[in-house]
Write a protein that binds this ligand. Sequence first.
Ligand SMILES: C[S@@+](CC[C@H](N)C(=O)[O-])C[C@H]1O[C@@H](n2cnc3c(N)ncnc32)[C@H](O)[C@@H]1O
Length: 373
Amino acid sequence: MIYSPALLDFDTGGCIEPMDAELVDVMRKISCTHNPFIGNKRTLIYDIISTLDHEQVEYSSVLDLFSGGGSMSLAWKMLGKQVFSNDLLKTCHVYAKAFVENCQYGITKQDLELVCQREPVQNNHFMEQHYPERFFVEEARQLDKIFSNVQEVYFSGSGEQYVGYLILANVQLYIIHYCYLGGRLSKRQIIAQKEHRMENVRNHGKQLNCLDSYLYDFAGKYNQCTALNMDAFDCLDFLLDSRDKKIDLAYIDPPYAGQQSNYPWMYQVLESWLRQEETAKWIDGPGMKKFIYRRTYKDNFVEMLKKLDFIPVWAFSYNDQSWASIEEIVKIIEPFRKHVSVYSFRHRYNYRKVEKHDGIEYLIVANSGQGQK
Ligand SMILES: C[S@@+](CC[C@H](N)C(=O)[O-])C[C@H]1O[C@@H](n2cnc3c(N)ncnc32)[C@H](O)[C@@H]1O
């Protein structure tokens, strides 16, 4: 193989992989999972990480405080960083456990067959009882079986718990693939009404069968990563108290309080499945409404900045339709950090009206000065 001079390390004579090539490769691998998590940053991985490089941010550990579908956490894991991945929703935590924290275990078709076919000892029939408008009886029964079997075999039995998380994460991706038809999400359409979804040409009038799920895993030789399932404030308090956990960079991608930022509401069907609790029992819980309403957003945002103080570099994602203008947000951050820079990227939104299809995504990098190369 002949390497171009740009790829040669002149000190060692070996080949080096330029960050660009590594990042493109990481993005390609992540885009294979088809996780259309609302507000995900999959298409911005390159922009965000190369901007941090351009800003000369030196970091080996990163906290992804609002990890969502896990795309940024996964990218950093694959780039060899030590990642702390947090989200309030169990729906998101399952992705972080399966794909980010788990480095050791893969998943096989047999694992999936076991949870689809075994008769569980205890079955709450939760989906069958609560979501007849979203799932046909056979579909709901399959979901109930899968959930109960994962608990019995992998979470309280002798099966490896990460395989349990891999099953839940992959089944979730499959359900979303089948049931999410896009559009505005004011009526929980992440999981469309069953008749509506059957009419969609993509589904060929076929019911869900979780045995058809694609099986993804991201096992490999990576740094130890950690998945947390807390309100953002509690997570920051917890990490501050765990003094052995040094974190160089915080990536903050909260709900923007714009259109479609009520995540507990949008993902309630899957969240209730994972909690085995009706939505009304958990949706008003601590943290669920912190970053939804414009009128209370600023106070919570400032409180979060205070709690972030122990992490030297912060990177925030916002867009041009967030709770405040980008100038206002920067003004609030500036008193907390020495250097604050703003970068903008064009972004294509699927849910915006045609004339507003393209939008601007911002990355605000705020550095105390201790985290530079
Ligand atoms: C914009 S999304 C993050 C998208 C993510 N970066 C991705 O690439 O998929 C915001 C996330 O914040 C989470 N969230 C909302 N309120 C929270 C809170 N109080 N604490 C922690 N996470 C919260 C939501 O569940 C949602 O997953």
